[in-house]
Write a protein that binds this ligand. Sequence first.
Ligand SMILES: Nc1ncnc2c1ncn2[C@@H]1O[C@H](COP(=O)(O)OP(=O)(O)OP(=O)(O)O)[C@@H](O)[C@H]1O
Length: 584
Amino acid sequence: MKQQRLLLPYVTSKGWLYAAALLAIALGNIIQSLYPRVLGEFTDKLQSRSLTPEIIAQSALLLAGIAVLFTCLAGSGQYLVMRLGREFERLTRKQLFRHFTRLSEAYYASHGVGHMLSYVLSDVKSVREAISSCFSQTANAVILLISALIMMKVSGLPLGLITLCVSPLLLIPVLVVYFGPRIRKRSREVQNDLAAMTESAEEQIGGMRVTQKFSVEPMMEARFGSHVDEVYSSQLSLVKMSSLFQALIPFLGSVSLVLTLVAGGYQALTGAITIGMFVSLTLYMRLIINPLQMIGNVINTMQRSRASLERLQELLSTRPDIRNAADPLPFPAEAGIVIKGLTYSYPGAAQPALQDIELQIRQGWTTGLIGRTGSGKTTLAKLLLRMMEAPEGAILIDGLDIRGIDVHSLRDSIAYVPQDGFLFSTTLRDNIAFAKRDADQQEVEEASRYAGIYENILEFKDGFSTKLGERGVTLSGGQRQRTSLARGLIKQAPLLILDDSVSAVDAVTESAIVASIRQVRRNKTTLIIAHRISALKHADEIIVLDEGRIVQRGTHESLLQEQGLYAELASLQQGGMGHGRTGA
Ligand SMILES: Nc1ncnc2c1ncn2[C@@H]1O[C@H](COP(=O)(O)OP(=O)(O)OP(=O)(O)O)[C@@H](O)[C@H]1O
């Protein structure tokens, strides 16, 4: 799998801005590295008693100038780098969301919402830290080190002395090589555990009402608690490694200072260097050590960010399972469907969900699909929507292989109404006009009348402007279903699939809805999936599925004449179980 590169293209595209930031930081640090020299010369003049009030004023002005220039230059470099980091965060979050919209049903079945959130929140933030604060701190340290070394040489300090004093700092790269990969590995474990914990939090909080109703709070606490413990232990293991690393770097800095004191002091005693030179040497060493100490922090953050970057790159490299063919065709003029020898198994399933399906959903007809729970009805609907991919040549729409049809055009031409349609936290109007944003009020009202929800909506104080969701009205199961049905009907799509879409309404409402759907879908292709015979008995053809296979087909009347599952379901439902889920 080719890895999608995330960072390099971004940094390259912003190359000029990064170069400008680097320049500002470099100039700021070069200017700052002048101040030990000013103080060294000042000390020498003080010692040789050649100090005058003018020299004092000049030196003070010089130091103030250095401070102002450093603040302006380093400050603007820092601002630019931080801004570039935030821009990366903004673009990557959008890119991730775009990628999420392309991932398939199978991906979402194996990755929870919390897991996806952890990419958008913590991984992106962690990479942003690397390209903002780490960038400026590294630039600071490297430039300051180089300019301080040059200034020490220019100030006349002996090369041997300089080399001896900075030698312990040369061990820093060795520490980086040893600790870097270890910190990265542990960081990756932390990120994975955090993702699992977010996923668990999302699920446990989402299911809190069920938890309370079943009074199983201790069990759920233990479930979430175990994820929290895992995060704690992986973080602890990371903290151990990174603390050791971060403690060793200042230690090397202190060794450098000790050497400076001993070797510099000895040379000043013997007269090899002046006292002013000794003062500037110690100041230079302090100047270098401060940012180098921060390098420990930077490298820690960088390793964490690298682990996050790897996770993000892996995610962005996941190719969507459902992709358009090289030359995708638009949805054909007619929505007649032929299914030939379709067998479909979910990944890892022992049994196929559908087997040897031969079926025709005729253009302009209403086809009914009935069967016990788990018989494969929804699987068939999802294959028609290409939420999963059917084998080549198994599903033809108006003679075209479904795999050759543009995914967007296909889904745009099908109105799919599931049993438990998800409604968004917006107004009822927005939910109904979800897939038809330009629908006028009349269309919205018409669709809600057909779906049998119009009267209910008018009863709300704000009518169609009623807000749903956390800060709005909570609809009953049946109201939710009918709103979702209105959302499907308003599309007036060439193919309508109702997947148990009126299962939560009473028999009277159901028969009114079925009658209006028949009216609005006259001569349009419609597939009604249902458990209840009453929902599909008017269909032009009814298909009976059992354990993934078609076991009967015909009209309501012909199927009632046959010995078989349909007649069995009919007698059960007439016997008073009509509103339950048969075979469940
Ligand atoms: N994402 C999935 N991964 C694995 N197996 C699945 C998945 N979705 C459904 N199945 C299995 O496929 C079979 C058919 O399921 P499907 O949802 O199509 O049945 P159904 O007839 O629509 O049932 P119901 O009437 O209860 O909605 C079942 O055995 C189910 O467990």
